[in-house]
Each structure stands twice: as structure tokens, then as C-alpha cells.
Design a protein around this ligand. Structure first.
Ligand code: SF4
Ligand code: SF4
Length: 167
């Protein structure tokens, strides 16, 4: 397309660019933006931390459990964490509003905490991670799922073993 036809098209149809920040800027549905984390559904497998090429995801021990952080100033928005997460607990939103002043860099971090809990069976302290439900057949009832979540890893294994042994 030559310059004159381009000018003609822009005059009749308007430019391709959006008027942001003076008007709305539509975002593509599959845009890979800010990463969010849902501690309630996380299994604590740390796959997301291992597959992150930028080292933007960090799990660390905290007084009350296992802390999670995504540093958006390191994230390259590749989508690896969401792709490999077995539970959909890390998710890339279409939010791209991440430009910030240096003083606000800590506001650009997504924090989460998988809290400690007391095992409802043996009383041990363990992380309240979501239990892995893959391969469990027949599927757990809602009541069984709540019970399983309240147990420590050893008691979860015992619970599932006893369930498998039932006729
Ligand atoms: S967010 Fe997903 S990949 Fe990361 S630890 Fe939790 S379950 Fe595993
Ligand atoms: S989108 Fe990519 S760079 Fe960003 S946290 Fe996930 S794996 Fe890491």
C-alpha cells in the first residue's frame, strides 16, 4: 500500500492506534498480563517456580505457612507457570497496567500464603495445601474432599488407602 492510499484509508477509517491514555484501550482476550495466585486451590508442588525462566516466582517458608510471590518486574509474561500448573492456581490475567514508579515496586508483586493447619486426625502441623485429586476413583464426595483437605500428608495417604480398600 503506498503512502497516499494509507493516508486516504486513515482519513476515512481512522488510525489503528488506540487513544490511550485519553481513551479506552481494548485488550486481546488471550493477552498475557499480570499473574495471579489462588492459595486455596494450590497443591504446593512448586512446579510453577521450577518452570519460570525468569526466576520471578518464589516460594519461601513463613512463620504461618508457605509464602508465594510473583515479581512482576522480573516476569517476562511467557505463560509457562499457568501452562504447567496442574490446578490452575497461577493464572495470567489480561491486566497490563504494570508501569510503575520505582518507589511502588513492591506493589507490583502478587503475594499469597498457603497457611499452616493442624491435622484433624493426628494433630500434626502441616500446610493446608489443596490435596491432589487426580487419579482418585471413584471421585471424592464433597464431604470426603473437605476431610481430605483437613489432613496432613501422612493422614491423607492413610485416608486414601483405607478408601481404596473398601469393597
Ligand atoms: S500454583 Fe500450581 S504449579 Fe504452583 S505450586 Fe501451586 S499447584 Fe503447583
Ligand atoms: S509468566 Fe513466565 S516469567 Fe512470568 S511468572 Fe509465569 S513462568 Fe515466570
Amino acid at each position: 500500500m503506498n503512502v497516499l492510499s494509507l493516508l486516504g484509508r486513515n482519513l476515512t477509517q481512522g488510525p489503528y492506534t488506540e487513544p490511550f491514555p485519553f481513551g479506552p484501550a481494548p485488550t486481546a482476550k488471550r493477552f498475557r498480563g499480570r499473574v495471579t495466585f489462588d492459595a486455596a486451590t494450590c497443591e504446593g508442588c512448586k512446579i510453577c517456580e521450577r518452570v519460570c525462566p525468569a526466576g520471578a516466582i518464589r516460594f519461601s517458608k513463613a512463620k504461618d505457612g508457605l509464602a508465594f510471590a510473583v515479581w512482576h518486574n522480573s516476569c517476562v509474561f511467557c505463560g509457562n507457570c499457568e501452562f504447567h500448573c496442574p490446578t490452575g492456581s497461577v493464572h495470567q490475567t489480561t491486566d497490563w497496567h504494570l508501569a510503575h514508579e520505582q518507589a511502588r515496586k513492591y506493589a507490583m508483586v502478587e503475594f499469597g500464603l498457603i497457611p499452616n493447619q493442624t491435622c484433624s486426625e493426628c494433630g500434626a502441623t502441616a500446610l493446608a495445601t489443596a490435596p491432589s485429586l487426580r487419579g482418585i476413583a471413584p471421585p471424592l464426595s464433597a464431604e470426603e474432599a473437605v476431610t481430605l483437605k483437613s489432613l496432613c500428608p501422612k493422614c491423607r495417604a492413610r485416608f486414601l488407602k483405607a478408601r481404596r480398600a473398601k469393597p
